[in-house]
Unconditional design. Sequence first.
Length: 269
Amino acid sequence: MTKLFINIIIASIALVSLGSCRNEVVLNLNTVGAIPVIEGNISNDSVPFMVKVTTTADYYSLTIPEVTDAMVTISGSNGSKDTLYHDSAGYYYSKSINPCKVGVNYTLNVTHKGKTYTASETCLPQNPVDSVKTIYWPKRGFLPAGYYLYEYTLEKPGKGDCYLWNLYQNDTLLTKDFYYIADDQFLEENGQYISNDFQFPYRLNDKVKMEQMAISRQFYNFLSAVQSQTNRDGSPFSAPPSNLAGNISNGALGYFAVRNLIRKTLVVK
């Protein structure tokens, strides 16, 4: 019995020693040159154009390098041209406000260190949103009881239309952690009156804001790929990690998007 007790103590000490042995291992990763990352979203909203220009960094870097000395312009096929200026918040912005116009193609040009990066998109049409309202629903499955937002609209005829939504509750963005996107692949080609319900519960007297944006198929695919990457759970079925190809030329990363925006607001009553 004494020998067994001693063996148990020795084994316990060994396990504790092994458990407390931790060595930090720093991987010697290859260093590659900085790649420009260009992010721009412009729309028909009455706000300045804004573009973010940064570069990639090494894996262990704690900061994202900003590019502050680029030449940035946005030109429209209708002859418009805006020069953007860098500000203290890290963005390039236009000093004048020229909302995008439906049917006009817009081209972003970013010149930095002797290289020019470009991207183009067209401001696409969408039908007006007829109305929005909230309907009270009791608890439904995983959805709690509350007031749910519905929109009513006639979807534009023809296949290939894609949409992005921002939803707010009392000025708080509800869709900040994911992209609420959809296309019209399941709708009739001759236009269809649809009602779209959003699965966010609101309360009485909440201020509700909905922004519906017509976006390109390429931007829709890009946002879908971003969500696949950010939702990786490490399983064999997850998308492999990679830099996503946007629409910026000359090897730069990021995306320049042109959105046709419709905004609706209401107070839950």
